[in-house]
Design a protein around this ligand. Structure first.
Ligand SMILES: C[S@@+](CC[C@H](N)C(=O)[O-])C[C@H]1O[C@@H](n2cnc3c(N)ncnc32)[C@H](O)[C@@H]1O
Length: 281
């Protein structure tokens, strides 16, 4: 009896000592226990930063895919703007981060891409989404930011068009129109986008996409700054060049959060006119 009590006590201690130094010996936490309940924080400011591409036990998307989305962004969008059972659509789903996050959070999800990299993603051009009007509860999209990454040889790949070319915004404008069409009134789209600095020229891609989304009749909900981590340019040589040649490496992306209005205005009123800056001169 006494012996049993002693061994019980020892077992309890061993359990409690997992992951901390038990005497001199550190007992490692088994990987399944370590990550089991890991979820990202629900962020409360407009500055979002998380050290890893994924979280939890199962991978979200493929972190080897160039241009993979940090999963915590989609997780935060899902928590804030959807409930279990809602339908989330990603028209440019790539390696499937949105699909994996939504399935784990018990949301219905449809992912499309012109060059799918995940077994559950259907091949489709985002300029024509095969879904009914007003049928979707949330859209998340991490589109190309220009032609900085080669995604595919598909002729319809918008990532072949330079962000310095107006055509880039026109083509993404067609995607925005489709997103507007499939969203239920009052529902939200999160659009992730980054600026460009190439060959000594800055292009404010984020501002241009913001303006394009407004011009399609979507209403701004908020604008979030996403700290960029794990970039290919985050190396000593690039930091050296940035100092020596006096330019900045991209440190953040924008998450544009827009809502389809509850009541649709007549088409003519919908599109907001561009501001004519000349009148303020
Ligand atoms: C930044 S990646 C998306 C990353 C994805 N969210 C992930 O986590 O893996 C942009 C994606 O847009 C896709 N794309 C480019 N043009 C497209 C088009 N016209 N229709 C659908 N997808 C397109 C590319 O194939 C690429 O996978």
């Amino acid at each position: 009896m006494v012996k049993n009590q002693k061994s019980d006590k020892k077992a309890k201690q061993t359990k409690l000592n997992i992951g901390v130094k038990a005497g001199k010996k550190k007992i490692p936490v088994p990987p399944n226990l370590r990550k089991q309940d890991e979820k990202p924080p629900l962020v409360t400011t407009t500055l979002w930063d998380y050290p890893k591409q994924s979280y939890g036990i199962s991978p979200k998307g493929n972190n080897k895919f160039q241009g993979v989305t940090p999963a915590f962004i989609i997780w935060n969008m899902v928590q804030r703007y959807t409930k279990p059972g809602d339908l989330v659509v990603d028209p440019m789903a790539g390696s499937g981060t949105t699909v994996d996050v939504c399935e784990e959070e018990n949301r219905k999800v449809i992912g499309y891409d012109i060059n799918p990299q995940h077994p559950k993603i259907k091949k489709n051009d985002a300029r024509k989404i095969p879904l009914k009007d007003k049928s979707v509860d949330m859209v998340f999209i991490d589109s190309p930011y220009g032609d900085n990454v080669k995604y595919s040889d598909e002729p319809g790949d918008i990532g072949k068009i330079s962000a310095e070319d107006e055509k880039f915004y026109n083509e993404l404008g067609k995607v925005a129109e489709e997103i507007y069409r499939i969203l239920k009134p009052g529902k939200v789209v999160g659009w992730l986008i980054g600026d460009q600095w190439v060959k000594k020229k800055f292009t404010p891609v984020g501002f241009k996409i913001y303006e394009m989304l407004e011009s399609k009749g979507l209403e701004p909900v908020d604008l979030v700054c996403i700290a960029r981590r794990g970039q290919s340019s985050n190396t000593g040589i690039w930091h050296y060049r940035a100092r020596k040649f006096n330019f900045y490496l991209r440190g953040f992306k924008y998450l544009h959060i827009f809502r389809k209005p509850e009541s649709e205005k007549p088409k003519r009123q919908q599109a907001r006119k561009k501001v004519k800056w000349a009148k303020y001169k």
